[in-house]
Design a protein around this ligand. Sequence first.
Ligand SMILES: [Zn+2]
Ligand SMILES: [Zn+2]
Length: 256
Amino acid sequence: MKVEILGCSGGMGAGQYTTCYRLNDHTLLDAGTGLGKLNHDEQLKIKHIFLTHSHMDHICFLPLLIDNLFDHLQEPIQVYALPEVIEILRQHIFNWEIWPDFSTLPNEETPVVKFNPITLHQPVVINELTFTAFPVEHIVPTCGYKVTTEQGKSLAFTGDTTFGLDVLQEINQLGKLDVLMMECAFPNRLDNLAKLAKHLTPSLLNKLIHALEHPPKQVWLSHLKPSQTEEIKAELAQLNLQTKLHLLESGELLEV
Ligand SMILES: [Zn+2]
Ligand SMILES: [Zn+2]
């Protein structure tokens, strides 16, 4: 599976784009500002988008993508998310005030976007990839996705989450993973804020990785807050882990 890191930052700045990963050219995990890097032809190839949650940094370019492609789509873009997340998007974004309800345009029979509610732990097969949602712990309804290939390779993306026993159990239940993609939004000194906003720090991440029953071959990290990136990196460098940590960079093309 080809994994292109379009955006992996916890904020904005020169060269910084928020969460959006492109898998095998046709599917996205989240639709943050990284999505804005795709040209028109690349945008047209996107048929499926899996959303982890409704926070702005993960969905902000979805409305613009749909609007961009309005005239060019033969079939609807399929968006998958928890039912609660779809409800939030309908109520607060696609509500005719912030943005039109594109799920009824140009008409209800052949809309340009279709919202598909997903059920936790129930696999969804998209071409050669299988997506299975699992719950994580964030301040709004949020899920992560395990993505497996036909060759048996697996990647799990937790989205935004803090450390908790439920999350740990969920990740343990995913079995052996080639790659675990996690966030590390804040430095250790902002531990209180991280717990309040339900994010991770290097120390919480360390606790979580040490408690995993099947340590993944690699852990890919994202969502570092731009103003604290150097501090977080220095703290991550101090960790003593068996698993290889890789800090994602926007523009990277990786293989799982
Ligand atoms: Zn969030
Ligand atoms: Zn976020």
